[in-house]
Structures are given as C-alpha cells and as structure tokens.
Write a protein that binds this ligand. Sequence first.
Ligand code: HEC
Ligand code: HEC
Ligand code: HEC
Ligand code: HEC
Ligand code: HEC
Length: 402
Amino acid sequence: MKNYFILFAIILFFFSCSNGETALIKDYKLEESKKVHPLTNKWEKTVPYQEIPEGLSSISAKSCGTCHQEHYKEWKHSTHSHAWTDPQFQAEIAKETSPFMCINCHIPLENQQENIVTGLIDGDVYQPVSHKNTRFDKALQQEGINCASCHVRNGAVIGMTGTNKAPHKTIKDSLHLSENLCISCHNAVATISPQLPCTFETGDEWKAGPYFGKKNCKTCHMPDTIRAIVSGYAERKSHLHYFMGSGIPKFIDKPTKMLNGLLIEQLPIQKELKIGDTLTMKINITNAYAGHKVPTGDPERFFLIEQSIYTKDSVLLAQKTHRIGEEWEWYPLAKKISDNNLLPKEKRTFRLNFKITSKKELIYHVKVTKNRANEENKKYNKLPEDYPIRVTIFEDDISIKF
Ligand code: HEC
Ligand code: HEC
Ligand code: HEC
Ligand code: HEC
Ligand code: HEC
C-alpha cells in the first residue's frame, strides 16, 4: 500500500512536474519590476521553424510516406508517431500544473507548436512569455516525432549518404543522425522545481555500460537491412524505423513492436522433498539484451515478477511479488529512495519459499509483466478503460508432484 502511495505521488508530481501554472501560455503584461530572461536550457527551446526542402511540397510524414512507404508504415507503429496523441501525454499536459516545455521533446519542431515562447518572467518556467505562432501546422502536430523532426534541417533532407538520386535537396550529415540525436531527447537530468526533477538517463546509462563504443541506440533500435528505400530504386543499406522498445502500446488497436531486454530462466525444483521441508522456487532474470538499465527512462516504469503456489483446484497457498523499478519521495524535496533497475548484463535471482505440509500435487505459477504506469495513475488521469499500461512477457505453470 505504501508503495502505491509513493507511486501515486510520482504520478502527481513527476509528470505534472509542478504546482500550479497553466499549460495554456498567456501573453503577459509586464510589470516594471519583472524581468524577462532568455531561454537558456536546451529543453526549453524548440527546433526552429523548418522550411519545406526544395523538390517537396510538404514536410509531413504522410507526404514522405508517399515515396518512402515502408519507412512510413514502420514509423506509424512506433511510439514516436504517438508522442503527441498518447492519451496519457494529453491528460498530463492538459493539467494546470504542466510547464510549457513538456512539449519540446514530444512535438519538437516550431512548426508543430501553437505558441512561440521567447523568454521567462524572472526566469520562472511557469511564467513563459509567448506569442501565437502564425505558421502553426496542426496536422504536423498530430504526427508527434515525425520524419522531419529527425531528417529536415535548413531547407534540406538530412541523410547518411547525401544521395543525388532523391527528388529533394539532400545533405549528408552523419553526425546529426548519430546516437546523439536520440540522446538529445532520451537523456534529461534537471531540477525544475524542488518537487520536479526530470530524470531520463538512458544516454548516461548507456555511456556507463558495457555496450558503449560497441553498440549504440541505432544498432539495437533501428536494426539494419538491405532494401530499396523507394520502390523501383536499387537496394541499399537501410534501417527499420519501428523504434521498437518496451512494446507497451498507446492504443489497444495500434500494436507497437517489442524489444525484449530480459533473459528469464526457471531454476530446477529441489529433488526429494519431504513434509516439513521448505520448497524454494527460483527464477533468474538477467538484463541480457538492453544497452542501458531495464527499465529505463520514465521513472514510473516497472516490472513485476509474481510467483504463486496453488493447489490443483486453484486455491492460492503462497504468493510473492517482486518489483524492479525506482521509488521516489516527492515532499518536501523530490528524492529518489530506491532504484533496483537491472544494469546491463546484471543477473538477479527471485525466490518464493513454501513449507510443505502435505503430499498433494502443487501448481507453481510465475508471471512477469512490463508496466509503464500503474492502475492509480491510469485512474488519476481518467484514461480510458482499454488504455494499455502493461504487457505480460513471461508466464509458466509447473506441476510439483511428490
Ligand atoms: C528532454 C525531453 C523530454 C521532455 C522535456 C519531456 N519528455 Fe516526456 N518523454 C520523453 C521521452 C524520451 C519519453 C520516452 C519514454 C521513456 O524513456 O521511458 C517520454 C515519455 C513520456 C510519456 C509516456 C510515458 C510512458 O511511460 O510511456 C509521457 C506521458 C510524458 N513523456 C509526459 C511528459 C510531460 C508531462 C512532460 C513535461 C513535464 C514531458 N513529458 C517532458 C522526453 C521528454
Ligand atoms: C517524391 C518522392 C519522395 C518524397 C516525397 C520524399 N523522398 Fe526521400 N528520397 C526519395 C528518393 C528517390 C531517394 C533516393 C533513393 C535512393 O538513394 O535509393 C530519397 C532519399 C532519402 C533519404 C536518404 C538520403 C541519403 O543521404 O542517403 C532520406 C533520409 C529521405 N529520402 C528522407 C525523406 C523525408 C524525411 C521525406 C519527407 C520530408 C522524403 N524523403 C520525401 C524520394 C522521395
Ligand atoms: C525529439 C525527441 C526524440 C528523439 C530525437 C528521439 N526520441 Fe525516442 N522517444 C521520444 C519520446 C517523447 C518518446 C515517447 C513518446 C510517448 O510515449 O508518448 C520516445 C519513445 C521511444 C522509444 C519507445 C519507448 C517505449 O516505451 O517503448 C524508443 C525505443 C525510442 N524512443 C528510441 C529512440 C531512438 C533509437 C532514437 C534515435 C534514433 C530516438 N528515440 C530519438 C523522443 C525522442
Ligand atoms: C544492446 C542493445 C541496446 C542499446 C545499445 C540500446 N538499447 Fe534501448 N532497449 C534495448 C532493449 C532490448 C530494450 C527493451 C527492454 C525491455 O523492456 O525489456 C530497450 C528499451 C528501450 C526503451 C524503452 C524503455 C524501456 O524501459 O523499455 C527506450 C526509450 C530505449 N531503449 C532507448 C534507447 C536509447 C536512447 C539508447 C541509446 C542511448 C538505447 N536505447 C540503446 C536495447 C538497446
Ligand atoms: C527519431 C528519429 C527518426 C525519425 C522519426 C525518422 N528517422 Fe529516418 N533515419 C533516422 C536515422 C538516425 C537514420 C540513419 C541510420 C543510419 O544509417 O545510421 C535514418 C535513415 C533514414 C533513411 C535512409 C535509409 C535507411 O533506412 O537507413 C530514410 C529513407 C529515412 N530515414 C526515412 C524516414 C522517413 C520517411 C521517416 C518518417 C516516416 C523517418 N525516416 C523518421 C532517424 C529517424
């Protein structure tokens, strides 16, 4: 119950990220004493307005998709394409308490933003100075992190080869399309207010781990393949654009591809058990495949490992639930209390002990779920009943006979 309370507090204060200013940005009439400070932090700024590259008529993903059909289809499956429409994100930014810069990683282009923030009164993120964006494109906003977020800069399409076969102006910039692009959004460590720290440390976790210098974000999340990137053109090196990750979808009818980070191994049952002995059921879980902690990113994410012992007629005799995730305290100062996320390559053993009192057959059930929010959060945000917050990644029944 205490855990739930803390998690509930996380929901209230992490994503609401503050205490009382409206997300609808107002045009402030400045008083003499108030000073407007320029934006200084990276996450306070948007990617500046992007013009349509020569040879194209739009920078929408939909328009890129008329030629790059497979990239478009894959991207539509990705969470990036739902970074704006995600019901949880919408619920959170609608709150009076969400600061203006929440949108900067979710709809990063100025073209996608209704208002342009130019400064902060007294440097306060809850008092942005802004004006209407006359070039705001609502359709582009709906696309969240779209092709142009990553590929369009300074009137050109950025690619890895700078091919001259494209009908659009193309510039080679492999540095821009490196893992640094991913890290620019997937790593944010800042204290915005005493109750609002932002802690997405996927980039730092990767840099500190065993994959650094060997495999990067793209290697695992954008695996390479050989194919024509526009039908009718010659095959070339290409990359899948599913950006597969946790695999927990944002919409029940729009599945997203999953990467699995964990190796799950059931250990054999002890032999020759007698009445009075303690049966110990063990399961090993290793972060075998992820280049960072599991879970990573949003501190609300967690895994549950549920071990249960039943009679043959489904009467529950014993149960233990283990949690892998972070726990936070939010008042008076936001503070991480614990973090047992699995480091890359780390292995942990989970146990359930049960005292044998009869020779009747037992059923051992184990279930592992991946969660990106809990039920309280879902209720608090008034998310629809069918809004998915978890997936089951492992389930097994073992019969124990004596
Ligand atoms: C520095 C970039 C950045 C900023 C600023 C940012 N986000 Fe995000 N947000 C992300 C990334 C990256 C993810 C991907 C999820 C992960 O890493 O677990 C994400 C995921 C989310 C999710 C989905 C959570 C999940 O587990 O699926 C919600 C909701 C969300 N953000 C809300 C917000 C709100 C509200 C704010 C403002 C307080 C905000 N974001 C500001 C980068 C950002
Ligand atoms: C009218 C068709 C068409 C449209 C629309 C189009 N492209 Fe292309 N694009 C091409 C062709 C053709 C190539 C070159 C194919 C090849 O190299 O095999 C190309 C190449 C590319 C490359 C590779 C560049 C490199 O350096 O290797 C990228 C990246 C790219 N396009 C992104 C986009 C994005 C993003 C959009 C939308 C803003 C877009 N394209 C819209 C036809 C199109
Ligand atoms: C403009 C900011 C931005 C950039 C650049 C970016 N991401 Fe993301 N990414 C996000 C946000 C925001 C989300 C979560 C959206 C949501 O849940 O609503 C996300 C989600 C993801 C997810 C899915 C997480 C899950 O829950 O399954 C993966 C995987 C991912 N990004 C990988 C990458 C990789 C790899 C790159 C670099 C090629 C990259 N991202 C570049 C902002 C960004
Ligand atoms: C060695 C492969 C590997 C590398 C390198 C890697 N990832 Fe991952 N990533 C994974 C796997 C596997 C998962 C799925 C973990 C799970 O949920 O079981 C994952 C999950 C994620 C998620 C979803 C959040 C979650 O907890 O499931 C995000 C976001 C993400 N990665 C971003 C990145 C970024 C950004 C980088 C680069 C800094 C990166 N990854 C580097 C393999 C990798
Ligand atoms: C989150 C960033 C991101 C988004 C969103 C994104 N791309 Fe890419 N794309 C990349 C990166 C990074 C590469 C380069 C991979 C490499 O070669 O290392 C790439 C490569 C490409 C290429 C070159 C061929 C290939 O597959 O490697 C094409 C074409 C392309 N993207 C088209 C698109 C289209 C079309 C969309 C939208 C439907 C899109 N991309 C969305 C990051 C992104």
